[in-house]
Design a protein around this ligand. Structure first.
Ligand SMILES: NC(=O)c1ccc[n+]([C@@H]2O[C@H](COP(=O)([O-])OP(=O)(O)OC[C@H]3O[C@@H](n4cnc5c(N)ncnc54)[C@H](O)[C@@H]3O)[C@@H](O)[C@H]2O)c1
Length: 256
């Protein structure tokens, strides 16, 4: 049996993880858990105030965070920010592909697919370039977790671009797991409804409360419920898990 530190989820001390959408919700919770596991955490988002807040919380707990305002829908911005991160810190060994457009945003179908799926693919391609350029001991246990959804994979939802994009993220994960497994493991999570800021008006409504009553666990997920599942898939503890889409839904799929 390999000797893996339980408190660190088996991660190498000071390895670098990059979390997109780290200023809020699932991304914020994931950044905090990654720091707790001893990783250096690069937090990217559009929201400077939210980034400052998550970095302050990580530093207060004795962790290390690096923040950058990066629009992950812009390939040039991704490339520039990766370059800056690699120059100031180290190769990125773990990637949490979390940020994506909100289903309530008024995007056209093609534009939204490009934003939601194209951005995750662009992040992964730039991440793999960094992995290839790094010494092999700096890339051991490399891993990517992308945030998909039950929508598109197990259920339908509106607008149509949202489930389409989330199904495509699962397909991309499987294709990369098959073809690039020698470089890195690729997995995805499929949350159902999560009480994050984008869902506040629904989660606090009567309809939202009724939804929670239908869930086998009788409650909404919070960001940390999803973060802990992400951390497992990202970590060396999941060293032989590759290409899965893990529902994190409290058993909601059983009642559909
Ligand atoms: N909340 C849910 O019910 C739910 C369910 C299933 C899947 N998801 C997925 O989880 C992910 C995170 O959702 P959340 O609920 O935590 O959302 P959230 O709105 O709380 O946080 C998303 C963060 O991403 C950032 N962001 C948005 N566009 C960005 C961009 N172009 N570049 C950089 N950062 C950007 C936002 O500023 C925000 O801080 C999304 O991919 C979403 O589709 C959410």
């Amino acid at each position: 049996m390999h000797d893996m530190d339980l408190a660190r989820w088996g991660f190498d001390e000071n390895a670098v993880v990059l979390v997109t959408g780290a200023a809020s919700g699932i991304g914020r919770a994931t950044a905090l858990r990654c720091a707790q596991a001893g990783l250096r955490v690069a937090c990217w988002d559009l929201d400077q105030g939210g980034l400052d807040s998550v970095a302050a919380e990580i530093h207060l707990a004795g962790g290390t965070a690096h923040t950058a305002v990066v629009d992950i829908f812009d390939d040039h911005a991704i490339d520039a920010a990766f370059g800056a991160l690699e120059a100031s810190w180290a190769p990125v060994r773990h990637l949490v592909n979390n940020a994506g457009p909100r289903s309530v945003d008024p995007h056209g179908f093609r534009e939204a697919i490009s934003m939601a799926v194209g951005s995750m693919e662009a992040m992964i391609q730039r991440f793999l370039r960094g992995i290839d350029a790094a010494p092999s001991d700096a890339t051991e246990h490399a891993s990517v977790v992308s945030v998909s959804s039950v929508a598109g994979n197990f259920t339908g939802s509106n607008p149509p671009w949202y489930p389409t994009a989330k199904a495509a993220i699962a397909g991309l994960t499987r294709a990369l797991a098959l073809n690039e497994g020698h470089r890195c493991r690729f997995n995805a999570v499929a949350p159902s409804a999560v009480a994050t800021p984008r869902m506040t008006s629904y989660s606090q409504s009567d309809a939202g409360r009724r939804w929670a009553e239908t869930n086998p666990l009788g409650r909404w997920a919070d960001g940390d419920d999803i973060a802990r599942a992400i951390l497992f898939l990202l970590s060396p503890f999941a060293g032989y898990v590759n290409g899965v889409l893990l529902p994190v839904d409290g058993g909601q799929l059983l009642v559909l």
